[in-house]
Write a protein that binds this ligand. Structure first.
Ligand code: FPP
Length: 235
């Protein structure tokens, strides 16, 4: 195949285990995980990946202990504060998916501010999934189509995969070509359920804080070795 994936999505798993194995609090694992984000962003720039979507906080993550949730929100705020100017300079455009109205006001404001500041950038689209649930996203899209059908703006027969996709948070992005999941778990975990239909999946046993540029390059190599058939016969 030889191509570089245009869109890479990542389930950044294993922060807690990384910390626990060192006798550290879970938040130390998330903090180390933030450094892996920096390496991953740089690896995307170096290899020409255009979209990087990171599963930073799922809707289910709200059920974690308040200390961990608050710590993750502080890490998000710190990341946005520290990386804002670099993103502007390096041509990185920030996006979000998920229900960000559920985030603390300070995170929401900062997100909006960095998204506005980077809105004209095109080198790398960095998409943070925050308070994100694939099922909730699909339900929201269904509600929006149902409301249009009820008002007569569309007929049920007008609903096509393209129209449906246009109501998702990802309407302005291509579907991921490659999904990377760290820590060896073989699950999708409610991430981009519609968008991952034909995505190649690369699972590594490495825990997210240990994920290095070489691991990213290995995932790209694995992707290049696949024959993507989209349900058709091999060519
Ligand atoms: C999964 O590890 C990871 C998360 C729930 C959060 C990911 C967050 C970061 C990498 C850092 C903060 C984000 C930004 C955008 C700065 P886990 O805790 O489920 O690990 P475990 O399965 O080993 O317990």
């Amino acid at each position: 195949m030889g191509d570089t994936p245009k869109h890479v999505a990542v389930i950044m798993d294993g922060n807690g285990r990384w910390a626990q194995s060192r006798g550290l609090p879970r938040l130390a694992g998330h903090e180390a995980g933030s450094k892996s984000i920096e390496r991953c962003v740089q690896a995307c720039i170096d290899t020409g990946v255009e979209y990087l979507t990171l599963y930073a906080f799922s809707s289910e993550n709200w059920k974690r202990p308040a200390l961990e949730v608050n710590g993750l929100m502080l890490l998000l705020e710190k990341f946005l504060n520290q990386k804002r100017d670099e993103m502007v300079r390096e041509g990185i455009r920030l996006h979000h998916i998920g229900r960000i109205d559920e985030l603390p006001t300070v995170c929401r404001r900062k997100l909006r501010e960095v998204m506005e500041a980077t809105a004209s950038n095109t080198r790398l689209h960095l998409v943070l999934a925050l308070s994100y649930s694939g099922r909730a996203e699909i339900v929201d899209a269904v509600k929006s189509l149902a409301a249009d059908a009820e008002s007569g703006a569309i007929q049920p027969d007008d609903i096509t995969p393209d129209l449906f996709a246009s109501r998702l948070n990802t309407s302005d992005m291509p579907d991921p070509d490659l999904l990377i999941r760290t820590s060896g778990e073989m699950r999708i975990s409610n991430f981009l359920l519609w968008q991952l239909s034909y995505t190649e999946i690369h699972v590594t046993k490495k825990l997210w804080p240990d994920f290095q540029k070489d691991d990213f390059l290995a995932a790209l190599e694995d992707y290049r070795s696949r024959s993507r058939r989209y349900g058709c016969v091999a060519g």
